[in-house]
Design a protein around this ligand. Structure first.
Ligand code: TXA
Ligand code: MG
Length: 359
């Protein structure tokens, strides 16, 4: 096997169209997983980079391929609900109703781990995160592999999560043997991560919202780190949140305010950047695109339907990042699915925010 410059095994990455060839693709993928190799696969949230979750050596390859810090734990993906029994040492009391309602789907549950789980998966924590994805190809792959599949998002560490097979190829081409191409991901942001270790707490917001969870299990807390940079004492509970995720090379500025106010401020910032000969892009919405005529912009979706903004955010960040030094993005209310959107956007911006409603 060839090695590339930083000592990673070099592969001629194969891409299989898993919509046309799901059976052949998942058979080949499952063989690689069983042999301790990595396979990138589609899920309904973002693409995952999978390895046999019970094989510590295979899991270590994920960290090497992504350049991921070793203290950031991984999610185990299962193909049927009953698989969770051997992964957790006890089933938290709220878990059953959540699994029955939201699995398969974009909800990850954290509970005390069983002895089966290698330390590489949990980064030494005594808990493990588990999710049953909805995506057909993902489930066929896990079922055929016959093991839980440990998988983070299939991006190089620090890049926006991949929502197409091309994004995975851009980041990990040559570093992994196989990508299963299932087209664009439905949700476009990663799963909601809910800890059930003590009081139910959302560690990362996603398409399954706090409102949807608390309708079933009562009070659900939201980790303070979701909309602000982490403090030292919060890091232990949710190691993933401390890293500046989704960080484009371009400077990203979030502009808050009602549509017209935000657009007015973005216009001024755009003109000022142009005067300095900086290349600029705007992450716009249906409500504001009329204010950006003649300016470079991408319409992410509808401000009143934050799931549409979520679906396009990461791909738009990648696209704008390839063209611009400055990205101006509209912020929205951090409620319902808007919480997931603002969580990702604020991290991409390194928490640089201008509030146009205060002008
Ligand atoms: O939608 C998703 O969740 C995607 C797809 C591929 O399933 N996966 C994903 O994985 O986003 P990753 O590794 O990029 O994010 C996992 C998050 C991190 O923030 C990590 O810190 C947290 O889950 N996590 C994992 N295990 C944990 C644990 N035992 N306790 C607390 N947080 C945990
Ligand atoms: Mg990730």
């Amino acid at each position: 096997m060839r090695k590339d410059r930083d000592g990673q095994p070099a592969f001629d990455t194969e891409v299989i169209n898993a919509i046309r060839q799901e059976e052949a693709g998942t058979i080949q993928g499952a063989k690689l997983i069983q042999a301790g190799e990595l396979v990138a696969f589609p899920t309904e949230t973002v693409y995952g980079l999978g390895a046999d979750g019970l094989n510590g050596e295979a899991v270590a390859k994920i960290f090497a391929a992504k350049g991921r810090p070793a203290d950031n734990p991984l999610i185990l993906h299962i193909a049927k609900k009953s698989d969770v029994r051997r992964l957790w040492s006890r089933i938290p009391k709220q878990a059953s109703i959540l699994m029955d309602t939201f699995w398969p789907g974009p909800l990850t549950l954290v509970a005390p781990k069983s002895d089966l789980i290698p330390d590489e998966v949990t980064a030494g924590l005594d808990t493990v995160a588990v999710r049953l994805p909805q995506n057909k190809t993902a489930r066929a792959l896990i079922a055929k592999a016959g093991v839980p599949i440990a998988a983070p998002s299939a991006n190089r560490s620090g890049r926006p999560s991949p929502t197409t097979a091309q994004h995975v190829l851009d980041d990990l081409g040559g570093r992994i043997p196989l990508i299963l191409d299932g087209g664009s991901c439905h949700y476009g942001v990663e799963s909601t991560v809910l800890s059930l270790v003590s009081e139910p707490t959302i560690l990362r917001p996603g398409a399954i919202t706090r409102e949807m969870l608390s309708a079933l299990i009562g009070e659900v807390r939201v980790s303070a780190s979701i909309l602000s940079p982490m403090k030292e004492d919060e890091i232990a509970a949710s190691p993933g949140m401390k890293y500046q995720h989704y960080a484009p090379l371009a400077e990203v500025v979030v502009v808050l305010g009602a549509p017209q106010q935000a657009a007015k401020r973005i216009n001024a910032l755009y003109r000022a950047a142009e005067a300095e000969e900086r290349s600029v892009e705007i992450a716009a919405t249906e409500q504001t695109k009329q204010f950006y005529r003649g300016m470079r912009h991408i319409v992410l979706g509808d401000r009143n339907a934050p799931e549409t903004l979520c679906a396009n955010l990461f791909s738009a960040l990648r696209e704008m990042d390839s063209r611009a030094e400055l990205i101006l993005a509209e912020g929205i209310a951090a409620e319902d699915e808007g919480l997931a959107y603002m969580n990702r956007l604020l991290r991409a911006a390194g928490f640089v925010v201008i509030d146009a409603s205060k002008e």
